[in-house]
Structure formats: C-alpha cells, structure tokens
Design a protein. Structure first.
Lengths: 264, 264
C-alpha cells in the first residue's frame, strides 16, 4: 500500500503546481499525473460537464491502483468532490478545503478569493471559509484572463499587471488582508499579484496548502513511502507537445516522460 | 433541397461571427449552428484531436440533413478539411480559402496572418496565399490572448491595445499592407487592431469573406432559398448559459433558442 502512487489530476498543466509542491514536501512518493488536455479548460464549463470529466479522469487513475486521489483543479474540486467520493473508495483531497483553512487565519476577517468562472460561481470557497470563520467577509472575483496570461509566459508582463489592477481593484477597496489564489495557474502570477495587492496582503497558494494537507494525512495514517526519489509518470489526453513545453514553468523542471491516453 | 439548412460549426461562440455574416448576406436561409462548447477551444489542441472533434461535430449536422457545411473555425479549417471532405458527401466550405483569396489582392505582396497556435502552426494560410500569389511574403503570428480578451468583452480595453502592440510589432516592422484575421473571434477586436496597425493596413475578415463565398456558390448553383426570414437553430455540447451570454456580442443579436446535445 505504501508504495502505491498518489494520483493527481487537472484539466491541463495547472495542476503541475500542486505536483511540484507534493514532490517538494513528499520526495519519496510515486506520482501519477493526468492532464485532461484534450478538453481543457474546465473553468469556463458547466458544473455538470466538469463533474463528468472529473469522474472519467479519476477513473483512469483509480485503475492504476493509486492510494490517494488529489483533485489538483479548483473548478473540479468546487463541483465534483461529492460525486468522486461517492463513486471511488479511496481518500480524495481537493484544493479548496486546504486553501480555505489557511485563509481562515485572516486577522481582519476580510478575505478575497480569485478563480475561474466555474470556481467563483460555485461559491465553495466562501462556504468553506465561513464554515471555519463564520464572521468572515469574503469578496470573490473571477479572473478569466489569468490562465491564458500564465500559459503565454506573460506572468510579469505589463499586460498582466494592468489586467490584475482591473480585476483586483474591488478587493483592494475592500481592504482584504488575505487573498486566496483559487486556481492552480495563479501561483505563476504571484509576483504581479503581490505587487498589485501590496506587501500587507497574504497570498494563499492552494497548491502548497494541499500538498501540506497530503503530507499531514500520510504522517497521521502512516502512509508515507519511506524511500528516496519516487517515480513520476505524466499522462495527457491530447498530444503531449504543448503540455511538455508549457508545463515546464508550472513544474519548475523538465517533464521527463509524458504519454497520451484516451479517457471518457 | 433549397429548403434544407446550412450547417455551421465551430468550437464555441467564435463561429457566430460567420453566422452573422451569412444571415446578413443570405437572410432567407435556414441555419443550424453547432458550438462544441464542452471541448472548446480547438486552437491550442493538436491537429489529430481537432480532426476527431470536427468529424464528430460535422456528423451531427449531416444527420440533420444540411445542404452545405461551413467550418466556421479557422483551426478546424486548417487541419480537418481533407478528412471532412473524404467522409461526407456534401459541399464543405472552410474559412481559410476565402480569407486567403481576399488577402492575395495585396498591393505590396506583404501579408500578415494572425490566428491560434493550431492555425498558425499548420501553415495553411501561407500555403493558400502562396498558391494564388507565389511572390507573396507572408508573416504569421499566433495571438493566444486575443480569444480570451474577446470573450471577456475587453476588445477595446487598454489591455487589448497593449497585447495587440506586443503581438503585432513584428508585422508592423515587416510593413505589411494586409492583415488576415485568421480566427473567428478577431473581428470583435477590429477597432483595436486597426488602431495598432494604422489606417493603411487592410484587415481581412475571414467570416465576411466566407459568407460571400457561400452566397456566390449558391447563386452559381441555384441553391439559394427564395424566402424571407430563415429559421436559425443553435446547438451546443455544454449547458447553453455561457454561450447565450457571451454569444450575443458575436452574433450581434440575442440567441433565441439554444439546445444542448451530446456528440462524440
């Protein structure tokens, strides 16, 4: 059981920021990553369609015999966790609870959340934060241009700064002290977002919080693989070329071995 | 036969710019439009995957008994026309030939082409222009941020102008006199693109050229429906809400009746 891999899926390259953190915090674990690049993105699609895609992606990983499933996509975490937990009999960790837990440490209880249309429309972050901190005021904004900006490699371009200024103005006016990066692409924009929000605002990276959450669970349940250097396998549903090229910046290293599979 | 509909498909809302032009130039025709919104976009996906999606989308329209198929997506036109023409026994019109035909009227024979990664990567515009104007110098650039900017409604925002400046600088330096808008989203950005390129550059709108091409074919072959006010039916593969909301700006009017279907 210990030697079984952790299964991680996302709509595309974004979940590699979660992968990167899991590798950093749990270097001995075997990982299997699936990016549903033939149907990316999930963030602009309906809850019904995203749930169907998430069940199919998870099904592929479960068939590989993984010991734990990480939903490294905020949109899928927002709309598909109940269906995934009902269908599959293994622990399923999404990125929203861990991010909300960290955000609930806000001192002034004024918290911003940014994400895709799907994630923001679901209201799940707000719900998760309020469950922990009932007095919190949560200000949520969808930022659809951040994903293509991150994928284009323009994270620190003047265009990214202007775009962030436009999206974040209401959150600056609301005087939040904590901003949840509710999309796995957004850690790439961290420098720009911090510059726009100012140094006093804590940026919560759901990717890092989720990896911590997995590490904690493994320690509690004695599930950690006691080896050095786990194996990492990457699968995508479209031809791997673009994933390999764009994914480097998200994983912070070369993608060694990426194979194409059919799901759904 | 005359009363059969024209079938038009695209990955999402973009092809509605082609629809708009077909309605303007051939107001008596019945239209059936399919937007593959569950799998949008096509522009960042591989030729292999886009060809599969295009065959499935076209299959749905052929099953409705359409008299002509319009591939209102530059990426699908770039990579899937041969497969579509081989599989289906009806006239198939893509958006690339009509756009190239107009571009080949360039006076200085220096022509720019902008589009998605898939369209630009295919080299099809360059090929089609050179077939008509062998001496032409063609300068092609992928502009991945234009689609999300158009969908966000930021077509005339300062962010769009800065983005266009960055992408188009090499085409300005190349002193082109004609720029092909090789993506059905780009007509929404026309004002910004003209401002950045300057008034001396002709912008070729593939949507309008394609509609003219359909009108011409109908006149030649006596296929035009001799009625006023055709019926227009819209289908999408995801929940219609977002398509209806975003599509208005592309069609230039409300979307009256949109139904969800499963394909593939």
């Amino acid at each position: 059981m210990l030697h079984r891999a952790i299964g991680i899926f996302d709509s595309g390259v974004g979940g590699l920021t979660v992968c990167k953190e899991v590798i950093r915090q749990l270097p001995g674990e075997n990982l299997i990553y699936l990016g549903d690049t033939a149907r990316v993105p999930y963030g602009t699609k309906s809850a019904q369609t995203v749930e169907r895609y998430a069940l199919e992606a998870a099904g592929f990983l479960v068939d590989q015999g993984v010991k734990l499933l990480v939903v490294a996509c905020n949109t899928a975490s927002a709309v598909a966790l109940p269906a995934l937990r009902e269908r599959y009999r293994l622990p399923v960790i999404g990125v929203i609870e861990p991010g909300a837990r960290r955000a609930a440490e806000s001192r002034n209880q004024r918290i911003g959340v940014i994400g895709t249309e799907g994630t923001i429309g679901s209201g799940r972050y707000e719900e998760a934060i309020r469950a922990l901190l009932p007095e919190a005021e949560v200000f949520s904004t969808a930022c659809p241009l951040f994903v293509p900006l991150a994928e284009e490699g323009w994270a620190e371009h003047e265009v990214a700064r202007l775009t962030a200024l436009e999206y974040l103005q209401p959150l600056i006016s609301a005087q939040i002290d904590t901003l949840v990066l509710g999309c796995t692409h957004y850690p790439l924009l961290r420098t720009t977002l911090q510059r726009v929000m100012g140094p006093g605002v804590l940026l919560v990276d759901s990717a890092a919080e989720t990896a911590s959450c997995v590490a904690e669970l493994f320690r509690e349940q004695g599930l950690e693989r006691p080896e050095h250097g786990g194996q990492r396998d990457f699968y995508v549903t479209d031809v791997p070329t673009r994933f390999e090229r764009v994914g480097r910046a998200f994983l912070g290293r070369e993608l060694s071995k990426v194979d194409q599979v059919m799901i759904g």
